[in-house]
Design a protein around this ligand. Structure first.
Ligand code: ADP
Ligand code: MG
Length: 371
């Protein structure tokens, strides 16, 4: 767990009463890009977290520091009640107080110090882990009363309503409600969820490729628009409504929309298969589904990169690997690998080294975390 060093607290917050909020990053096992068309997802938490230390101010002013960004951007200021988008990281903080106020909660000003172990823009949801940890700290500081389910909804609004990134609902729910050693099976249509134990015979490895994505521009937004277009062309409310056995309904769609819709529809079926495989402790089946998910994201949804494909291949060539795929929104980011118990550390190290040596990538092992 990330710690806010005592010297940071004293330097930035002085000797005021301090509240700490924490939230983990997340890795999605399967169910990618399905969370904005009412589909299924299956994330779990990673041990890297974001931590925020807060101290109240007597007025509405806020000063915030983050050590996760370049030096010249580490400090920012704003006033609660006058939140305005800047395009910088402080929007996640401003957005949090803005959505709280819009929901009728009374919040004052504060100073905040942020530390994070979740790499930014790597498909492991540093953004939701920041807004969830901040909202937790603000909730405690101003004695607001709402549970983590409501909090996750507020965290999502930070991105969709304030920052204007059309993210799905998976990330804040995973960061707010996820639990170690469990996958969170979430139905994004009605937000019902349950925790499914990851059997001790299986282990995960997560390696960051070092290729950063940006959801605000380009591909992610375009995929969402293509999904919306496919939804309209099929005459349904959400692609979730089309079961895999009805794939022939896609015949006649524009070829690009057909591929996008095919990914979503088959991916939803794969999540259901993955939940069943976890419950039956069937690692071979879960691994095969993860491999199929990667192929679909690469060929139909076209959100992988050649470097990520190579990392996935490197992983699959390691002994004890059951499956591997890109994880997160794509266009870079991380891969998740399913291994037999006891193999994950060796596999992750081999993938990270291979990525550095043969592809020149700035790879980083996240899971299993170094002791
Ligand atoms: P991801 O959530 O996959 O890591 P996003 O693009 O959704 O990627 O979010 C990354 C952005 O979130 C960063 O560019 C930054 O603006 C903000 N962010 C996340 N964590 C921090 C942090 N610890 N400090 C400052 N900004 C952060
Ligand atoms: Mg994010």
């Amino acid at each position: 767990m990330t710690d806010i060093p005592q010297h940071d607290i004293i330097r930035y917050l002085g000797h005021r009463r301090t509240i700490i909020g924490q939230a983990p990053g997340r890795v999605n096992l399967i169910g990618e890009h399905t969370d904005y068309s009412g589909g299924f997802v299956l994330p779990t938490v990673i041990s890297q977290t974001t931590a925020v230390a807060l101290a109240a101010n007597p007025d509405a002013s806020c000063r915030v520091w983050s050590h996760a960004v370049p030096h010249e951007q580490q400090q920012a200021r704003y006033t609660v009640g006058e939140e305005a988008r800047t395009g910088g990281w402080v929007d996640y903080v401003q957005g949090s107080t803005a959505v709280l106020r819009a929901a009728g909660y009374v919040v004052g000003g504060f100073d905040a110090v942020i530390r994070s172990e979740v790499p930014l823009g790597s498909g492991l949801s540093s953004s939701a882990s920041l807004s969830v940890s901040l909202l937790r700290a603000v909730r405690e500081l101003f004695q607001l009363h709402f549970d983590d389910v409501v909090l996750a909804g507020l965290a999502r609004k930070v991105e969709t309503d304030f920052i204007g990134v059309p993210v799905g609902v998976m990330d804040p729910i995973a960061c707010a409600l996820g639990a170690a050693n469990h996958a969170l099976f979430l139905d994004t249509r009605d937000l019902s969820w349950q925790l499914v134990r990851i059997p001790s015979s299986l282990q995960l490895a997560v390696v960051n490729s070092g290729q950063r994505h940006n959801h605000d521009t380009g591909g992610y937004r375009q995929r969402r628009e293509e999904c919306d277009a496919a939804t309209r062309a099929l005459g349904v409310q959400a692609l979730r409504e089309v079961p895999e056995r009805d794939l022939s309904r896609l015949d006649g769609l524009d070829p690009t929309l057909l591929k996008r819709a095919r990914h979503i529809i088959t991916e939803n079926a794969r999540v259901l298969g993955a939940v069943e495989a976890l419950r039956k402790r069937d690692g071979a089946r879960l691994g095969a589904l993860m491999n199929a998910s990667h192929a679909s994201l690469r060929d139909d949804y076209e959100v992988s990169t050649p470097e990520i494909d190579r990392l996935v291949d490197l992983a699959r060539a390691q002994p004890g690997v059951l499956g591997a795929r890109i994880t997160g929104g794509g266009f870079g980011g991380s891969i998740v690998v399913l291994t037999l118990a006891g193999r994950a550390a060796t596999v992750a190290a081999a993938v990270a080294l291979g990525g550095r040596q043969t592809l020149g990538l700035d790879t980083q092992v996240l899971v299993p975390a170094a002791e």
